[in-house]
Structure formats: structure tokens, C-alpha cells
Write a protein that binds this ligand. Structure first.
Ligand SMILES: [Zn+2]
Length: 198
């Protein structure tokens, strides 16, 4: 049990986590600051066949690190790079400069959509994103069979594009928010002698 209510001790659903606020929702006690447990650190990637991804917890110095790779059935790939829209001005110089960048639009499909969460940064495929004081993954429905995973900071940054309905990536969002919460709240690790070390 990674998240529990500090008052009644009951397990808190990952979907109820609010990493930005550092809280979760207990059915009985409403919004609470949860007790956060420690994940099992492993050298190998763990593929849970009931889920659409492979994932791994590891230690990076005194910090936790979480890595996740979506598997083929999820049909998710890296979102286009964020600066492409700014470069295309419509003027010929702009178009000339933008042409190679447009080509890059199609490259994310070829880049494995691996996500790595460290205490200060999230890496998605080739992109590094700072998470600062807080961040949170969210799902945006973009069509009946398409959705996006975004990282909510000051503004929403699309990180993954998925050609499946939004509901199919809710579990992915939940596991990433769970990881973000743990990495940010438990890094650096408590001292070895601490009862919070787990
Ligand atoms: Zn409770």
C-alpha cells in the first residue's frame, strides 16, 4: 500500500491523488495529506501483463527514479515538439527555416515514448521538462479515438499522443501521478535509520 489516509489508515486510490497540492482524497475524510510508502526498487523492468506498459523503480543517488515505457497496444507516442508552432511564421524565410523542423514532427513517432521521472525533471522521449515545485499528469480528450497525456505545470504541455479513447490512458495517468508524488515527496530518501525509510 503506497498511499494511505493518516486518520483511518485506509488505502487511497491512485486516481484520487493530487500531486500538485500534495494531497489525496479519502472516501471518509475528504482531502488529506497521505502517508506515502516506499516502492520496491528493482534492477529489471517489470512488465505487468494486465497493463499496457513496462515500468521500473530505481535509485539515483539518494532519490527515487521511475521509468515507464508504453507497450504497443496503448498506441502512444511522443507529442510533437513544442516549439514547432512558434517557428512557422508564414514568411518565406520562416518557411525555409521551418521545413527541417516540420520534418521533426514525424520523428516522435519513431522515438520510443519512454517516460522517466526524477525529483526535478521529467524526461519524455527526447524532451526534458522541469517540474519545479509541482506538476501533475492529466488526460485531454482530442477525439472519439484520440487523446493526449499532458503535464500540467504553469501551462499544459502535451507529452504523449495516443490513438485510443481518453479512458484508456486514465490508468497510465494515475500510475505516473503516483510516481511523481513519490519521487517528489520521498527524494532525497529519509535516513536509513528512519521509520519512514520503509
Ligand atoms: Zn480516512
Amino acid at each position: 500500500m503506497l498511499f494511505s489516509c493518516p486518520t483511518c489508515g485506509s488505502a487511497l486510490r491512485p486516481g484520487s491523488l493530487r500531486p500538485r497540492a500534495g494531497t489525496a482524497v479519502c472516501a471518509e475524510h475528504g482531502e488529506v495529506r497521505p502517508h506515502v510508502g516506499h516502492p520496491a526498487v528493482s534492477d529489471a523492468q517489470v512488465v505487468d501483463r494486465s497493463r499496457d506498459w513496462a515500468s521500473r523503480w530505481s535509485l539515483d543517488g539518494e532519490s527515487y527514479r521511475f521509468e515507464l515505457a508504453p507497450l504497443a497496444p496503448l498506441r502512444a507516442w511522443c507529442a510533437p515538439l513544442p516549439w514547432q508552432g512558434d517557428v512557422a511564421t508564414g514568411e518565406w524565410v520562416g518557411l525555409l527555416l521551418a521545413a527541417p523542423l516540420y520534418a521533426l514532427t514525424y520523428i516522435p513517432v519513431l522515438v520510443p515514448a519512454r517516460i522517466a521521472i526524477g525529483p526535478r525533471r521529467v524526461r519524455v522521449g527526447p524532451r526534458w521538462l522541469g517540474i519545479g515545485d509541482g506538476g501533475e499528469f492529466a488526460v485531454v480528450e482530442t477525439g472519439r479515438q484520440s487523446s493526449e497525456l499532458t503535464l500540467v505545470r504553469d501551462v499544459d504541455v502535451p507529452v504523449l499522443v495516443c490513438s485510443r479513447p481518453a479512458a484508456s490512458i486514465f490508468p497510465l495517468r494515475d500510475v505516473l501521478n503516483e510516481a511523481l508524488f513519490i519521487v517528489q515527496r520521498q527524494s532525497p530518501l529519509p535516513p536509513a535509520a528512519s521509520i519512514y525509510r520503509g
